[in-house]
Design a protein around this ligand. Sequence first.
Ligand SMILES: Nc1ncnc2c1ncn2[C@@H]1O[C@H](COP(=O)(O)OP(=O)(O)O)[C@@H](O)[C@H]1O
Ligand SMILES: [Mg+2]
Length: 243
Amino acid sequence: MIRVLEVKDLHVSVNGKQILKGVNLKIQKGKLHALMGPNGSGKSTLSYVLMGHPKYKVEKGKIFLNGKDITKLSPDKRAKLGLFLGFQYPIEVPGISMKNFLWSVYKNSNNGKSSYVDFNETMNENFEKLGIDKNFISRNLNEGFSGGEKKRAEVLQMSFFNPKIAIMDEIDSGLDIDALKIVSKSLKKSIENNTGILLITHYQRILNHIKPDFVHVMKDGKIVKSGSYDLVKEIEKDGYEAI
Ligand SMILES: Nc1ncnc2c1ncn2[C@@H]1O[C@H](COP(=O)(O)OP(=O)(O)O)[C@@H](O)[C@H]1O
Ligand SMILES: [Mg+2]
């Protein structure tokens, strides 16, 4: 079966307010899907619901991963099945160092057969690749990180998880031009390794470095248009109003 995330007629509310109003979406393995849309259209809500945040109530519709209905699964089970979420606003986790966190991820993703030597090698490689200073290894996860550093740390975690599907929520916000290039390169690598990515973004900027295979536009809780890269140019020129 193809490794794919499928969202069918998803209706979601939070605190009694309906936010998603019938989302249909299919994410393919090894492809980059860009999700664009104005502020408040429900993009982050979709990302939380896909990962299983308990605050969001699914009123109607279903989510499938590899054909398996995951609509009611807990976030940890979804993660084990290969779903990853890079947060728009990564949370600080005082008391857990980057190293301990990544080791626990690494250990669990290799069925307990992990070697600490291999882990250290992988960690060093990834830190270097993403231009993250080595002293971050012993720092607490996201604690005191700048906006851009938090985003890089999310991408670092993604490369550790090697997920089937990664949802990256505004991974480009707060990144300077060099960091943007580095992050784009890392995302490209994951796609080559067959990860399907849903990249939520406001701007064309990152999509100039890493070209999406598909572009989806969300407005008022629905995907109102899907297409190719040309859609990005259309949006950049005429704005979301025209769609
Ligand atoms: N906990 C909440 N309570 C009430 N409204 C919320 C809550 N979370 C999100 N919303 C609302 O849902 C809408 C969609 O938000 P969001 O998914 O963050 O949009 P986007 O990521 O597209 O900018 C917004 O109008 C937002 O204010
Ligand atoms: Mg958002």
